[in-house]
Design a protein around this ligand. Structure first.
Ligand SMILES: [Zn+2]
Length: 312
């Protein structure tokens, strides 16, 4: 948040996020319960629907709806599409060297009935999938991976810690151990670079991505936070918070201006609907750098609140 004198640029930044100067949050220096942090996050989110959504998703009182009707396949940028089962999404990035898939939904059936036909309906060929990046080792992210790997010869990538998690869990749709994602792992797909960073917290080996994308021919940088729902234990919450800080620095260096999530906890379904309704309107996923950073700041305040609650 801006802390110096209020300049014209600061005001512009604030206006972009739908905040008024009067609504600037005063983050508590230290609090015994989560409430002051949650309130500060709310004030920072202001009337921004994306920031409000993530603050709500991270609040301890929030209950998640069980079933959400799956939206149609949706192109978010020129080269990025969302293929969704409703409560969980896969994303496909088309590059000159093949398709990189982020997550693979819940099971082989999802891969067969959502991912493959979704790609075809958008003019892409599932046979071009070369890499399946699993953001973390939960079934709703890896379930369709082995099916797609077997059918299309794609590699399955996960962090070592979450390969271990998946092996220990022994889920029926667990992929066979394949490629490790190291911290800072880079996939060079022709001119498109994808950077994969370890952001432990949601699971021990959650991975978040930063990658090049284009919209209407212009270059942008997207961030995809790999796992949102916070753990209960204070130690793991501290790890989660450290991951937010480290990834924020990487986002800053990369110039991240597009925010993505693999669950509908960021107003994503509504933004997808808006894109389908009016593809010529300003792209609601392109938040700009300051608002994308503020998304992480809201997350950080909410995790500080969860930490204070866990300590209390
Ligand atoms: Zn998960």
């Amino acid at each position: 948040m801006p802390t110096g004198p209020v300049t014209r640029r600061t005001l512009a930044r604030i206006a972009l996020g739908g905040l008024t100067a009067a609504a600037l949050p005063a983050a508590p220096a230290h609090a015994d319960t989560g409430t002051p942090y949650y309130n500060a996050a709310r004030r920072l989110a202001g009337r921004d629907p994306v920031l409000t959504a993530i603050a709500t998703a991270l609040h301890p009182d929030t209950e998640f709806p069980g079933e959400i009707p799956p939206p149609p396949p949706t192109r978010i940028t020129d080269d990025l599409a969302v293929l969704s089962a409703g409560f969980v999404h896969a994303m496909a990035l088309t590059t000159d060297r093949g398709i990189v898939l982020f997550d693979a939904l819940k099971n082989p059936d999802d891969a067969r009935t959502v991912i493959e036909p979704g790609l075809r309906s958008l003019g892409a060929d599932p046979a071009d999938i070369t890499h399946i990046v699993i953001t973390h080792g939960h079934y709703d992210h890896f379930g369709g991976a082995q099916y797609l790997a077997d059918r299309h010869g794609a590699r399955v990538l996960m962090s070592p810690a979450d390969w271990d998690l998946v092996e220990a869990d022994g889920h029926e749709h667990a992929p066979r151990r394949d490629t490790d994602i190291t911290d800072g792992h880079r996939l060079h797909m022709g001119p498109t670079t994808i950077a994969l960073h370890h952001t432990p917290g949601h699971t021990p080996g959650t991975v978040s991505a930063l990658f090049d994308t284009r919209h209407r021919g212009r270059p942008h940088t997207a961030m995809l936070w790999g796992g949102t729902n916070p753990p209960a234990a204070p130690g793991r919450l501290r790890t989660y918070r450290d991951s937010i800080a480290a990834f924020r620095r990487r986002m800053h260096r990369a110039g991240a201006d597009i925010e993505l999530s693999n669950h509908p906890n960021d107003h994503g379904l509504q933004r997808m609907q808006a894109l389908r309704t009016d593809p010529h309107a300003p792209n609601p996923f392109i938040l700009g750098r300051h608002r994308t950073d503020r998304f992480m700041k809201v997350m950080d305040l909410m995790i500080q609140g969860r930490l204070a609650d866990a300590r209390a």
